[in-house]
Design a binder for this molecule. Sequence first.
Ligand SMILES: C[S@@+](CC[C@H](N)C(=O)[O-])C[C@H]1O[C@@H](n2cnc3c(N)ncnc32)[C@H](O)[C@@H]1O
Length: 315
Amino acid sequence: MSMLHEAVAGDQDGFRFNFMSDEGVTPASAQPAQPSGEAVAVEVNAGGRVSRGSIDLDEVSVHPELTLLKRRLTSEDAAELLGESEITGNDLIPGKYEGGFKLWECAVDLASFLSKEWQIGMRLGPGPMKGPSMGQTLSGKRVLELGCGHGLPGIVALINGAEVHFQDFNSQVLEGVTAPNIEANLASLPGEVQQACGSPRYFAGDWEGVGRLVTKQRTGATYDLVLSSETLYNLESQEVLLSCLTQALCPPHGEAYLASKKFYFGVGGGTAAFRKLVRRQGIFECKTVANVDDGKSNKREILRLSFPQSIAGFF
Ligand SMILES: C[S@@+](CC[C@H](N)C(=O)[O-])C[C@H]1O[C@@H](n2cnc3c(N)ncnc32)[C@H](O)[C@@H]1O
């Protein structure tokens, strides 16, 4: 039984850090190289590695007018991709695998919330196309999804015209599920909508390293939006995640949307603990913008972090 509650039965993960190629972008399947004592993050070439015909896809309804596609994966498939038989039957292996091969329920909450916010009226995948009637366009906006796994919230931003960067702890997750999902969803769009979508980029590694990497690459502090779901379960990681999104978000207008359970029993994290941490850090205002209680699992929330209005005059 999962502590975190996945959204759709049937996936899993593992671990391997990579080193940079001359171009500064790492093939996702390269050998691991992690300097001891320092968290590493790298940009990886995760796209185009899995052929569409070789994978099974599930439909995920995120909104009455929006159905997304996700790769179906067994835990054995995930173990093979990671080269870690240990993950069969384990949701998380701290320091090695953090759950990215599964689709967790808060990812669907966040994708659904964003679809409503942006009024996307479109159906992807098989079935009747209602639209396309793109809602509020995100063209020119820069979006980072932290701890993306299957990447559904980021895909909603991508099909709405944003330039989206997807980050996961494991490069194999980016290569094995994130990129194939993006490619499958984009391929389902009418040509003119596809052309309006930005090109995704992929980053693998620990949030500590990701914060350092976005700063070094000067992609840091330029994101208009940071998205994340089911990433507040661990108290220690909450601090690193908050620090990473602080490095990434562009003041004064940048915002983060975080979807999470209120409590993760047995693990210690959740929105309650994170809200306290944000208050203690003192940089962001934190507001609950949605509550989800389907009676089936823990109560869930979507938090919005934004810079206080009072700092606008400094920029
Ligand atoms: C439970 S999974 C959630 C995946 C996806 N967002 C969803 O909701 O379906 C947690 C995600 O956070 C990432 N993650 C957890 N701890 C991390 C850390 N310290 N550094 C980088 N990524 C981390 C994992 O790679 C994983 O994708």
